[in-house]
Design a binder for this molecule. Structure first.
Ligand SMILES: Nc1nc2c(ncn2[C@@H]2O[C@H](COP(=O)(O)OP(=O)(O)OP(=O)(O)O)[C@@H](O)[C@H]2O)c(=O)[nH]1
Length: 340
């Protein structure tokens, strides 16, 4: 059935949406012809390069799309759709790997379902194709912008290489900084402690050793990239808790530390409780993938006469206790007897 171009406007003739999210009417029509399919977290929904011919609409849950060669994956949540090109263009391979990142319910729409839909609602077919086209063009434009930015960054980097532009200060900062989080790395922390020791500023200091709870499982469920984002979130949390003289560091993997100005156990543990409480609060925010995981913390006072290895061992003993007790808590270690 073809539509008279002079026909009055229907509700499908409005300006097409740019994002790959269906409005209420579109969603209802796909739900009418599609088939509900359940996917568990980690299940593959479609593979890049495979000729699939089906489109999916997220009814509940979330799916990660990896287009390959793009720095960031795209997340599709309720009412979002993907796989539409495979549906609309016969023989067109799917453009992305799609993986359910939580248990999800998807509406699968085969080409025969879509044909049925067009027969029943011809105006809808036109409107949906406009929507897909607008989204594809917009996505293409974004991709071009990103390529342009990458090109500019590479050009700058090349320029920097030609002129040995790194000052020794910049080089110094580079080797002291953790690339993922921007916090100090172990080398940076060692230098910081050595400087403080030289200037006699190791007194009234506490050490918090901070570790993410069950991070291995988090990576398994949500993927390494989402795990990276969570580590960046932990770093932001530490930065926001750190006072002007405090220093946050990523020791490696999912282990961090915070050197805090504090005279006694109360001062150190106040900071630890703030971190535990804030992380726990963020975990409660319904968000997929989650913003945060719970933390475990071991705290102790820094004894200036001892060295990093002794402080670390002291805080690590408290951290191990916090983990044994189920995580999401801070434990304390009594000060070492060595005095400087
Ligand atoms: N995403 C991401 N994961 C990392 C990175 N560095 C280390 N990991 C992962 O962090 C996980 C650390 O897990 P574990 O130390 O075994 O402990 P856990 O699962 O947090 O368990 P508990 O500490 O006992 O609660 C490992 O699976 C590492 O692969 C990183 O830079 N990014």
């Amino acid at each position: 059935m073809s539509q008279d171009p002079r026909a009055p406007l229907t509700r499908y003739d409005t300006v097409p949406a740019v994002s790959a999210v269906l409005d209420e009417d579109e969603y209802a029509l796909f739900a009418e012809v599609g088939r509900l399919r359940r996917f568990h977290a980690g299940d593959i929904v479609m593979r890049r390069g495979v000729i699939g011919g089906a489109m999916y609409v997220v009814a509940h849950g979330a799916v990660e799309l990896d287009f390959g060669g793009e720095p960031d994956a795209r997340y599709v949540e309720a009412c979002g759709f993907f796989g539409e090109l495979g549906l609309l263009i016969e023989g067109c391979p799917d453009q992305a790997d799609a993986v359910a990142i939580v248990d999800s319910l998807l509406i699968e729409v085969q080409r025969s379902d879509f044909d049925q839909l067009i027969d029943r609602h011809p105006g809808f077919g036109l409107r949906f194709m406009q929507h897909v086209l607008a989204h594809t063009v917009h996505g293409g434009r974004q991709r071009i912008d990103r390529l342009q930015q990458r090109h500019d960054a590479l050009k700058d980097a090349l320029g920097d290489l030609r002129t040995p532009a790194y000052t020794s200060d910049e080089h110094d900062e580079f080797i002291r900084t953790d690339e993922l989080t921007g916090l100090l790395n172990r080398r940076g922390l060692d230098r910081h402690i050595a400087e403080r020791r030289r200037s006699g500023a190791l007194g009234n200091l506490g050490l918090l050793l901070i570790d993410c709870d069950r991070f291995h499982a988090f990576n398994d469920v949500y993927g390494h990239r989402v795990g990276d984002r969570l580590l960046q979130g932990v770093a932001s949390l530490l930065n926001s808790a750190a006072g002007t003289d405090d220093v946050a560091c990523r020791l490696g993997g999912d282990e961090f530390c915070l050197l805090v100005s504090a005279r006694d156990r109360e001062g150190v543990m106040r900071q630890a409780d703030f971190l535990i409480g804030t992380a726990h609060g963020l975990v409660q925010v319904p968000q997929s993938p989650p913003l945060m995981c719970t933390l475990s913390i071991g705290g102790c006072l820094v004894t200036p006469g001892a060295d990093w290895n002794a402080w670390y061992a002291n805080a690590a003993a408290a951290l191990a206790r916090a983990k044994r007790l189920g995580g999401n808590r801070a434990e304390w270690s009594a000060p070492l007897s060595v005095e400087g």
